[in-house]
Design a protein around this ligand. Structure first.
Ligand code: BGC
Ligand code: ZN
Length: 360
């Protein structure tokens, strides 16, 4: 069967590869799930992988099948699979366990090991192919009524984990009630974080570079957030210092700048994966002083486990009730068929108005 692959560390190596079709019995103990792939999304990580900056092939291969944002339909399950059956729509987690206690307890997103295994990213083939098989442990059901949003389940899980992590960490305060949140960046993680926080009743400012009117602003505002651009310091003068900041710009300078506007007892969660070498000047005394006097918190969040996928799907469903038809506006740019891999990359790299590129 066909697959879209790259030669990691070789820039612009995207090509069509050939893989053997997997079998349900490839997974031991009757736990296999065979899935026909319907849609796979791409994001900045895929762009960096094709630029040769990130990613590694599985041992024994000189190529890596791309794709970590999957949506498909189950074709067959092993005898010990209970929670999904043939005909169910599903998505699948990205990371696979290593050896740490986190990995062994269903929290491989929190692995304490340096090496991590991620389908379509690091050391494991991804989903940009016709079929895949995986252990039922990693396969999450998507309700049929949400199948138009299924390809967003993975980015949603990443946003969901980030927000949950902040709330979890803020239990240190016993009585934290965030009122104002900033979401920095209006890519998919920024917009989905905006949705999650609006569902929690927070006043959200989605802050990004593009001037209104634009599609991202339209989506953020349809979720009931305010879309703004300008300097963080100026915005904070108007809104008051935020209780919570979700940083998702992909720009490490902004990640640090965010530290200068956070309110007392507040928390920032960083989600950007910045592979570059950027350096910037930071007012360290000011930040240090304000952070100590204000009991502030900074945390990083990567990846997502099965439970975050479930919570994300459930929030997407709630999103359809509160803000019907809004989330699907993120899905701007379908590319039809694995054969069109060049067009997929072109859209991902060049198209300014493409918010979400996915293979259909
Ligand atoms: C993926 C995550 C992954 C991270 C680091 C992101 O693009 O969505 O699942 O953990 O890259 O490789
Ligand atoms: Zn991703």
């Amino acid at each position: 069967m066909k697959a879209i692959a790259v030669k990691p560390r070789n820039p612009n190596s995207v090509h069509l590869a050939e893989l053997a079709k997997p079998k349900v019995s490839d997974v031991p103990n009757g736990r296999g799930v065979l899935v026909k792939v319907l849609k796979v999304g791409v994001d900045a990580t895929d762009r960096e992988i094709n630029e040769g900056l990130y990613g590694n092939p599985p041992p024994g291969y000189d190529f890596l099948v791309m794709g970590h944002e999957s949506f498909g339909i189950v074709e067959e399950v092993g005898p010990n699979v209970r929670h999904v059956k043939a005909g169910d729509y599903v998505t699948c987690t990205v990371r696979r366990p290593g050896g740490s206690i986190f990995d062994r307890s269903g929290h491989s997103d929190m692995t304490s090991e340096e090496t991590y295994y991620e389908r379509g990213i690091n050391l494991l083939h991804g989903y940009m192919t016709e079929h895949y098989v995986d252990d039922a442990e990693f396969v999450i059901r998507v309700p049929a009524a949400l199948k138009h949003l299924g390809v967003l389940a993975e980015p949603m899980s990443v946003a969901e984990k980030a927000v949950q992590q902040v709330y979890e960490a803020q239990r240190r305060l016993q009585v934290w009630e965030p009122k104002v949140a900033y979401v920095l960046g209006s890519g998919q993680i920024g917009l989905l974080s905006t949705l999650i926080l609006r569902l929690r009743g927070v006043e959200v400012y989605t802050i990004a570079r593009g001037a209104k009117p634009n599609l991202k602003a339209e989506i953020a505002e349809a979720y009931g957030a305010k879309y703004v651009n300008g300097s963080l310091a100026d915005i904070a003068k108007q809104t008051g210092a935020p209780d919570l900041i979700v940083e998702a710009t992909g720009n490490s300078a902004i990640a640090f700048e965010a530290m200068t506007v956070l309110g007392r007892n507040g928390a920032i969660v960083w989600t950007s994966i910045t592979g570059g070498q950027r350096k910037t000047e930071v007012p360290t005394d000011k930040i240090n002083l304000e952070w100590v006097l204000g009991n502030k918190l900074l945390l990083g969040s990567v990846n997502a486990n099965f439970r975050h996928f479930e919570a994300g799907i459930s929030d997407m469903a709630q999103g359809e009730i509160f803000y019907p038809g809004v989330t699907q506006k993120i899905l701007t740019t379908p590319v039809n068929g694995l054969d069109n891999y060049r067009e997929m990359m072109r859209q991902l790299v060049e198209a300014k108005d493409a918010l979400k590129v996915y293979v259909n």
